[in-house]
Write a protein that binds this ligand. Structure first.
Ligand SMILES: [Zn+2]
Length: 354
């Protein structure tokens, strides 16, 4: 062992701004450097592992304590530290690239697994849930919506019965496995709308019937809603949101309100995207249901056009043109949970072939 170097300075405990006068004892040894601090009262610290040497003779040690030399370190001592910290840094750098790659890859895999797992879990759980349970969820939802959002229908009972009979015939010819019940309601809250609840109560509003004008057009929208029921979309949607919320609370934690808000936003965006996928599927199956019954699939396209442009009904001339352009470009009302009108009209026209 060679003679130790002694450096005068101040010694700081971890996270403390209060220093104590000390002498740093630096001694080269087989493992590199043997470093301790001898405090003013004569106490000597345990061996210190040097983490970093900064300018001005400031030495950081593993564990958080550090030493500030009273004068710039003599070259011979500084070089001892430098070679040691540089070796350490070089070692870290050599490891950091593969390590960073591995970490990055692991993170990407986690995110992908997380994103893929939820819809898979939802469709898996949906498939495993008995129909009876799904109907219970839907009936419960319908019962509470009837209180808050639906009033008695003004559509004559005979017309309602005729629409129900024709809808049942559609389900029959398309060989659907689920035969949903259809209810008509007046609804200021939902406006011109149709909804498919889990297990299949389908609700059609008086406002929609009035807007579309013909029963054939109403049936075209009912075919779309029956496709949602057949594919159990509403149930999967419920499970997606519930599952995503539960997973997000586990992964992101529930304590931090900012993170909670962020995760809620993410879930919304996500379920929104999911609902658009379901909408497209229901649109295309709905067209098949109409074709099977020898009904013109253009009925559905016309219904979507009417729904898209319903806000423009009382306008004329330039105002009408502007309203049409805007309605097709933005998503409002019923359209907000559906694919953007422009995309939707586009793929419907392509599917119908005209
Ligand atoms: Zn839909």
């Amino acid at each position: 062992m060679s003679t130790p170097h002694l450096v005068e300075g101040q010694f700081f405990q971890p996270l403390s701004s209060k220093s104590r006068a000390a002498r740093l004892r630096v001694e080269p040894c087989e493992e590199g450097l043997f470093v301790t601090a001898i405090l003013e009262d004569g106490d000597e610290t345990a061996p210190l592992a040097v983490d970093d040497l900064q300018a001005e003779g400031c030495l950081h040690f593993a564990g958080g304590c550090y030493f500030k030399a009273d004068r710039p370190l003599p070259q011979e001592i500084a070089s001892l530290f430098k070679s040691r910290t540089q070796r350490r840094i070089a070692r870290l750098e050599a490891f950091s690239l593969p390590k960073a790659l591995a970490l990055g890859l692991a993170l990407i895999l986690c995110v992908l697994a997380f994103r893929a797992a939820i819809p898979l879990a939802a469709s898996g759980i949906a498939a495993a849930l008995p129909d009876r349970l799904e109907r219970m969820i839907g009936e419960q939802a319908y019962a509470s919506m009837k209180v808050t959002g639906f009033a008695d229908s003004g559509i004559p009972p005979e017309r309602q019965q005729e629409l129900r009979r024709r809808a049942a015939a559609l389900a029959e010819t398309a060989r659907l496995t689920r035969r949903p019940e259809i209810f008509f309601h007046r609804s200021a809250l939902f406006g011109a709308n149709a909804l498919a609840l889990p297990g299949g109560p389908i609700v059609v509003t008086d406002e929609l019937v009035a807007l579309l004008g013909s029963d054939d057009a109403v049936l075209a929208v009912i075919a779309h809603e029956m496709a949602h029921v057949e594919r159990r979309h509403a149930l999967q949607q419920v499970l997606n949101v519930a599952g995503a919320a539960a997973m997000a609370s586990v992964v992101l934690g529930v304590d931090d309100s900012m993170i909670e808000e962020l995760s809620a936003t993410l879930i919304n965006v996500w379920s929104f995207k999911n609902s658009r996928d379901y909408e497209k599927e229901a649109d295309l199956i709905g067209l098949d249901i109409l074709r099977a019954a020898k009904l013109d699939p253009r009925l559905f396209l016309t219904a979507i056009e009417k729904l898209t442009l319903q806000g423009c009904a009382d306008l004329a001339g330039d105002a009408l043109a502007r309203c049409r352009d805007k309605s097709v470009a933005v998503e409002t009302g019923w359209m907000s949970t559906h694919p953007a009108a422009k995309d939707r009209l586009g793929y419907l026209r392509a599917a119908i072939g005209g």
